[in-house]
Design a protein around this ligand. Structure first.
Ligand SMILES: NC(=O)c1ccc[n+]([C@@H]2O[C@H](COP(=O)([O-])OP(=O)(O)OC[C@H]3O[C@@H](n4cnc5c(N)ncnc54)[C@H](O)[C@@H]3O)[C@@H](O)[C@H]2O)c1
Length: 331
């Protein structure tokens, strides 16, 4: 199948490699002509995916020079806040019947829409979401990983499962698009919180307590949004949460460490050098939880730190000083 991957960052690069190995004809769209020329010449992406040589079959084209003729699948591998702009570009060019897949994890600021909602709104076509414990650094080195493709339309999910599954990348389908995209978004600010705990010098007890209590708040907000409870214990839920909160690859966890050491959010983004979805998502969750009247102590503390209203130390005091309560989250 002809596939166009929009976005030549770390996940777009790793995913394009996976697609080539599955026998697809892949073009990757870059933001600039300079990037396309450099990537075509070297097939290396040292800023986003250092140390990896991409297959020679991947063609890089600048977005401004590209078309979508013959595309059977369009993959959105850009930060969540860029999905609408890309979908607007895709809309008039998309071949009828082409499949769409979002790899983005977050909520659009302002509208608080999920990436597939944005794609569907702009293009008028259905879109699936792919989410799970899938660090690009590991997928691109063929380390076994599993993931979820979520779509309301079962035929779309099955077609994508068939197109993507390989002997190192195992794809499950799920019809809970709300839950899968919700979990993929929320785990990022939680990883920022865990990174802050690590950065403050705390240990395994603090990390495990934070992750576990985050599952409670994640479930609280997700269920109200219509997520299925089983999704929280699946790959896109706990699976991705564990990977993101404990990995040395996680830039959201690293962002938390830097915040704990006194960096500002701008300094953090500069230092990390790639999108840190946990930052906009903390703002989106602050809005979403506020609108729905849901208590989200962990992600709200991340928001307060990002806003400069609380230091990481003060947020620890806030979390530890909450009124005593029963553990079960329905209480
Ligand atoms: N990196 C991972 O391991 C990973 C895994 C799963 C999901 N994701 C999700 O995938 C999305 C992309 O992440 P990433 O890690 O590849 O980010 P990244 O920062 O490495 O790369 C983002 C890429 O998008 C491009 N881009 C930005 N705006 C664009 C626009 N308007 N048009 C075209 N290209 C544009 C950038 O130039 C860059 O090449 C995020 O939502 C992230 O949460 C990442």
């Amino acid at each position: 199948m002809r596939v166009t991957v929009v976005g030549s960052g770390s996940w777009g690069s790793a995913f394009s490699r996976l697609l080539v190995h599955r026998g697809h004809d892949v073009q990757v769209l870059t933001l600039t002509r300079g990037e396309a020329a450099q990537l075509n010449a070297t097939h290396e992406n040292p800023h986003f995916l250092p140390g990896l040589v991409l297959p020679p079959e991947v063609r890089f084209v600048a977005l401004g020079d590209a078309g979508l003729e013959g595309a059977g699948l369009i993959v959105y591998a850009v930060p969540t806040q860029a999905v609408r702009q890309v979908a607007r570009w895709v809309a008039p060019r998309r071949p009828p019947g082409s499949l769409q897949l979002s790899l983005a994890k977050g909520y659009e600021l302002g509208t608080l829409k999920r990436p597939t909602e944005v794609v569907e709104e702009e293009t008028g076509g259905g879109a699936a979401a792919l989410s799970g414990p899938n660090h690009a650094e590991e997928v691109s080195r063929d380390m076994p990983s599993a993931t979820v493709v979520a779509a309301a339309d079962e035929a779309l999910a099955l077609a994508l499962q068939e197109a993507i599954t390989s002997d190192t990348f195992r794809v499950y389908t799920n019809d809970d698009v709300v839950g899968v995209e919700f979990c993929g978004a929320v785990k990022n600010p939680i990883a920022v919180a865990v990174g802050m705990s690590d950065g403050l010098g705390f240990g395994d007890n603090s990390r495990a307590s934070l992750i576990t209590r985050s599952i409670a708040e994640m479930t609280r907000l997700g269920m109200i949004q219509g997520a299925h409870v089983a999704t929280f214990t699946g790959l896109a839920g706990i699976g991705d949460l564990i990977a993101t909160c404990t990995s040395r690859h996680s830039r959201n966890r690293l962002a938390g460490e830097l915040l704990a050491k006194g960096a500002s959010p701008d300094e953090v983004e500069k230092e990390v050098g790639q999108v840190v979805e946990g930052i906009p998502t903390a703002y989106a969750l602050h809005d979403l939880a506020g609108r729905l009247g849901i208590d989200m102590p962990v992600t709200e503390n991340v928001y307060q730190v990002l806003e400069g209203r609380r230091t990481p130390q003060e947020s620890v005091a806030d979390l530890m000083g909450r009124r005593p309560r029963k553990e079960r989250h329905e209480d």
